[in-house]
Write a protein that binds this ligand. Sequence first.
Ligand code: FES
Length: 153
Amino acid sequence: MATYNLNINGTNRQVDVESDTPMLWVLRDHLDLVGTKYGCGIAQCGACTIHLNGNAVRSCSVPVSAVGDQAVITIEGLSETVEKAEHAVQQAWLEHDVPQCGYCQAGQIMNAAALLTRNSNPSDEEIDDAMNGNICRCGTYIRIKAAIKTAAS
Ligand code: FES
């Protein structure tokens, strides 16, 4: 067990956990940030996507010991802590009524937000490439793509 000081959604948070604890469980079980979802636990579905220094990563596969002083943004902090482009993603999600069951959507939004931060006007192909690994069992992919295009415009 060790103590880690983490920068979560712009706030310093301290946790006492084993060094190999995945960030997914640090967020959900120790910091009560349950917007980040568990899907597969093996970096295959994207439900657990968060940002580390603005890059989308799968928190089920990032041990707390690898985070250091990188800025961690979760779905709870997305609209409050970072630039307008990311808030626009959530607005577009509402506009297009994207979710069906909703379980994967936090991960979808976090991945889309990271895409639009590095590429403010992605092509269809670039959207497909970036979102390819985020699985939605309800098949909301068409609305996800439409929302990303709205957020980019
Ligand atoms: Fe992390 Fe599926 S729970 S990628």
